[in-house]
Design a protein around this ligand. Structure first.
Ligand code: SAH
Length: 353
């Protein structure tokens, strides 16, 4: 098999030429191009791929999301038309499981997928044929409430980093030395971009922001306020401000150097949920809360669901319990992953927050 990282159009070769000609590039540019290339033409999900996500671990994840959406929609008055919108739906597994569960309660929404990968779109088409595809939220219907879900979407959007140096704050850039990419500090003073309280931070302190996540939260919040509806943003991250780099790369289920193989590994960063709350609230949107995934799934009844699935298929009971533990276990996905809920001001509270 040919090694794509050695091909003539390998992204590393393109970056190397670009840096040699124009100087270091921003981390945002590096991560954005890398992930566009990475997701563009492959299915990275599952045991045989690079990483596994909650909906691929168990059908219970998508089903409980479907029940959460049906519950809030029913309590809001069963308004129609109603739209299910998923950002970065992967293989379409979450949507398929959620829509099946929601249908039992009379919720049969129009389905919209925001997806940039042509390879994943082909798989989604087979899983959820009734979906409509979009490049971004702007083309999703303006009429009727939106039920928006994004699982492991925001973490893939490019981040920006500022680093404190002896000379003050600088943007963290990516340079190239002996064909190796390396992070380095730019020349341009960036002190004005840093909050007052952080101006005198220790040398080496890194501040990370994700303009794409901020823009997404802003847009979702505006749509919910205008049209009604609710949103669940699920990702690994933190609900307090932090410093330090959380950029990481994963390939074949292993952590690798994020600067080693641009376009050939999944680049992600932790989502700073605390930064998204004031953005959503600035548009008049309601923040339902941000809680650990483990607690949220337990509140929604994952333990009961696991028992009834096990009773139905005793031969799979062990695997069902193991999947449940993986989703809610403190040392597994339960504490690292957070669920953030948003809703229109006139919509009710959401279960689990
Ligand atoms: N939600 C799925 C997949 C997570 S992987 C799951 O939980 O299994 C990230 C998903 O976001 C992929 O579908 C990827 O193609 C998509 N994606 C990444 N960046 C994107 C962008 N800028 N615009 C649209 N989709 C994007």
């Amino acid at each position: 098999m040919s090694d794509p990282s050695k091909s003539a159009d390998a992204l590393s070769a393109i970056f190397e030429r670009l840096i040699a000609t124009h100087g270091p590039i921003t981390l945002t540019h590096y991560m954005g191009e890398s992930n566009t290339r990475y997701y563009g033409d492959r299915d990275p999900l599952g045991e045989g791929g690079d990483f596994i996500t909650a909906p691929e671990i168990s059908q219970m994840f998508g089903e409980l999301i479907g029940l959460w959406l049906a519950d809030i929609w029913i309590r809001a008055g069963r308004e129609e038309p109603i739209h299910f919108v998923e950002l970065g739906p992967g293989r379409g597994t979450l949507a398929r499981d959620a829509l099946r569960a929601a249908k039992r309660y009379g919720l049969e929404p129009k389905v919209h997928f925001v997806e940039s990968s042509t390879a994943l779109k082909d798989i989604q088409l087979a899983t959820v044929p009734q979906a409509q595809w979009h490049h971004d939220l702007s083309t999703v219907s303006l009429y009727g409430p939106l039920l928006i879900v994004a699982n492991e979407f925001l973490d893939a959007l490019p981040i920006r980093q500022l680093v404190m140096t002896e000379a003050g704050w600088r943007e963290r850039l990516v340079g190239c030395r002996d064909s190796q990419f390396i992070p380095l500090a730019g020349d341009k003073p960036m002190d004005a971009a840093v909050p007052e309280a952080m101006r005198e931070a220790q040398v080496g302190t890194i501040l990370e922001t994700c303009p794409g996540a901020a823009a997404t939260a802003y847009e979702i919040a505006g749509r919910l306020v205008d049209q009604g509806g609710a949103a669940l943003l699920i990702d690994y991250g933190h609900d307090e401000a932090h410093t330090g780099s959380t950029l990481q790369a994963v390939r074949s289920h292993r952590r690798v150097d994020p600067f080693a193989m641009p376009g050939e590994a999944d680049l992600t960063a932790h989502v700073d949920f605390s930064a998204l709350v004031p953005i959503a609230e600035s548009r008049g949107c309601r923040w339902l809360g941000t809680v650990n995934q483990g607690r949220w799934l337990r509140e929604l009844g994952i333990e009961t669901r696991a028992e009834s699935l096990s009773a139905f298929a005793p031969e799979h009971a062990k695997a069902i319990q193991a999947a449940k533990d993986r989703l809610i276990g403190e040392g597994q996905m339960g504490a690292l992953f957070k669920v953030m809920g948003l809703a229109a001001p006139h919509w009710p509270e959401g279960v689990g927050f």
